[in-house]
Design a protein. Structure first.
Length: 62
């Protein structure tokens, strides 16, 4: 499974980071950084929660 970020759509709210801090973080400029785009089954619940938490639908799973 892979997390895909639509960077132009991301507004840096940080809700995804709260849902999946091991997978992503906001940098000093408020830009989302995916620490691990490729995820395994163990991280799938966090990744799904991050996708659901995004208020502008900037994340999706493939």
């Amino acid at each position: 499974m892979k997390i895909v970020l639509d960077r132009p759509r991301c507004e840096g709210h940080g809700l995804c980071e709260e849902a999946a801090p091991e997978l992503m973080h906001l940098d000093d400029d408020g830009e989302l950084v995916l620490d691990r785009a490729e995820i395994g089954d163990a991280d799938a619940p966090q990744a799904k929660a991050a996708v659901r938490a995004c208020p502008v639908a900037a994340l999706r799973l493939e």
